[in-house]
Design a protein around this ligand. Structure first.
Ligand code: FAI
Length: 522
């Protein structure tokens, strides 16, 4: 049975005391009796807010360094009692109802994130009494309101004000859902920590079960295809500029494929910092990438690589989108998404003439934070460190060293190859892609496709450089590149036949650089 009786008694026990004092003052002003644990009670009492210590209320002191504070039948009976059903038991055992629980938990995440956090510290920061109250109140949301986040204090205050001191059934239910999400995330973190092998107080490797929590950001109209339903879930408390934190300024709702492709374009363009750069992505692969003196030049050069594929593409920039570039895009091509760290007012205005175009602003780039990548397979999940490095070392392995200009182009091509689906071959010249061969089962075919792409766009391969995401297993790839006019090659090296491959490059007078790092992308 749902309960719309006014809140008479509240228990406040919080580690994060943000906004607590004001909230407690408001509760008190509404005639609500306040119960509280040690530190929280002290804060209230020191600020003249009348409060009853839980230890006085239960007749039991807080003990064992705070391990036992609220774990008492008078507290949990007061939370869990079904009003109307358990009234006689409550009376028999002198258990008054507690209608509002305000709890946030020991900061486990912050504790284990601290350098040198000891195993004992981590264990002591596992909150037990808090989650017990949170789960009890959430279970009994028919009668009890649970608040786990200071950002919900305002909602509760407003409701108490507008509903004659009671909280609506709908709000109690929503807050209970949040509460279980909160404890699930909390226990997930603890399980992940303990499930890792702890060596010298340092958790190492992957946990024995993998627990991750993502929040629903949006459902999409459909998934990769129209018969698939889909949604976008995001991580909480993110600092990085990425597709999950970007702000959509205009346009149709992002589709599933838009989100995936925008991520690919944005992460690729982040590789460039000083020079203005533009990445155009189609079906998760960069089809045109270039730098320029300004983003207009970068865009025009990127577009010219493969105008055919750029149609309906996703365009990412590493500098503010300005009006003239926005206008050029709109005039030149059909575009699905444009994303940049910032968008000028003039650019916004220019894009608004095409109301469907999704325009996104993601903020300034910062250095990427280590993270995990996931890939679902039927029956399981593959988890790995995200590929955030570029190369191990650059080693010239041929008789001829690349010229400075060739070296710049090799590094440019290498940055792109990292974002092209394997097998990846990138031809580049003068900081611009000349041809991109993506997603082929044989490397030689990716090279052939890069050549075809260049031909289609009327671009000259002769004198270009080539990047290959993985080593060449045979010399044929190098022979074909030499025939196409490739002057220099960058690749990881490490093949059984490296000697043969280097010989092929030497025979053709090519320069070749080994990176010592492969960038498969599937
Ligand atoms: N042991 C208990 O019975 C217990 N009851 C509440 N807590 C936690 O104690 C913290 C508040 O403590 P204080 O009010 O003393 O600052 C809250 O994070 C709350 O979740 C407990 N602590 C840990 O389990």
């Amino acid at each position: 049975m749902a309960d719309n009786r006014p809140v008479q008694r509240a228990l406040l026990s919080v580690s994060d005391k943000t906004g607590l004092l004001e909230f407690a003052k408001n509760l008190h002003a509404k005639g609500i009796e306040l119960l509280s644990t040690g530190g929280t009670a002290k804060l209230l009492a020191d600020n003249n807010v009348p409060v009853i210590e839980v230890s006085d209320y239960t007749g039991f002191p807080e003990m064992m360094d705070g391990r036992v504070k609220t774990l008492h039948p008078k507290i949990h009976g007061g939370i869990l009692a079904r009003r109307g059903t358990d009234d006689a038991v409550m009376k028999q055992h002198d258990i008054p109802p507690i209608d509002l629980i305000v709890v946030n938990l020991y900061p486990f995440a912050e504790t284990i994130a601290k350098e040198g956090c000891s195993f004992e510290d981590a264990i002591e920061n596992i909150d037990i009494g808090g989650p017990t109250m949170v789960r009890a109140s959430a279970k009994n949301h028919a009668h009890v309101t649970i608040v786990v986040n200071p950002s919900d204090y305002a909602t509760v205050e407003k409701e108490l004000e507008e509903n004659n001191g009671s909280i609506s059934k709908d709000t109690r239910f929503k807050l209970a859902t949040k509460a279980f999400e909160h404890t699930a995330g909390y226990d997930g973190m603890i399980a992940n920590y303990l499930g890792k092998i702890v060596e010298n107080d340092e958790p190492k490797g992957f946990p024995s079960t993998f627990n991750a929590q993502f929040k629903l950001a949006q459902t999409t109209r459909y998934g990769e295809n129209s018969h698939q339903s889909a949604a976008f879930y995001v991580e909480e408390n993110q600092q990085e500029a990425n597709i999950a934190t970007a702000k959509q300024l205009q346009g149709k709702e992002l589709s599933y494929n838009n989100i995936a492709d925008t991520d690919a374009a944005l992460e690729c363009v982040k590789q460039f910092d000083s020079e203005a750069a533009c990445v155009i992505v189609k079906h998760a692969n960069p089809c045109g990438v270039a730098t320029g003196d300004n983003i207009l030049e970068a865009y025009e050069r990127a577009f010219s690589t493969d105008p055919e594929s750029a149609f309906g593409g996703i365009i990412a920039f590493n500098k503010e989108l300005d009006e003239k570039t926005a206008k050029a895009i709109i005039e030149k091509q059909f575009v699905e998404v444009i994303i940049a760290p910032h968008v000028s007012a003039g650019a916004s205005e220019a894009v608004s003439s095409k109301e469907n175009v999704r325009l996104l602003e993601c903020g300034d780039f910062a250095e990427s934070i280590a993270r995990l990548d996931f890939k679902r397979v039927n029956g399981g999940l593959l988890v790995q460190d995200a590929d955030l490095q570029l190369y191990e070392k650059l080693e010239v392995v041929t008789k001829r060293s690349p010229s400075d200009e060739e070296m710049r182009d090799l590094l440019f091509a290498w940055k792109i190859a990292k974002f092209v689906k394997s097998n990846a071959i990138v031809y580049a010249k003068n900081q611009m892609t000349i041809g991109v061969g993506a997603g082929q089962m044989s490397r030689i075919n990716s090279a052939r496709i890069a050549g075809i792409k260049a031909e289609h766009a009327d671009l000259t391969v002769t004198g270009s450089v080539m990047a290959s995401d993985a080593f060449f297993p045979f010399r044929d790839g190098i022979d074909a590149a030499a025939e196409a006019g490739i002057a220099a090659v960058i690749q990881p090296g490490g093949s059984m036949r490296d000697a043969e491959v280097i010989e092929a490059a030497d025979e053709a007078g090519m320069a070749m650089v080994f990176t010592g790092m492969r960038h498969f992308r599937h």
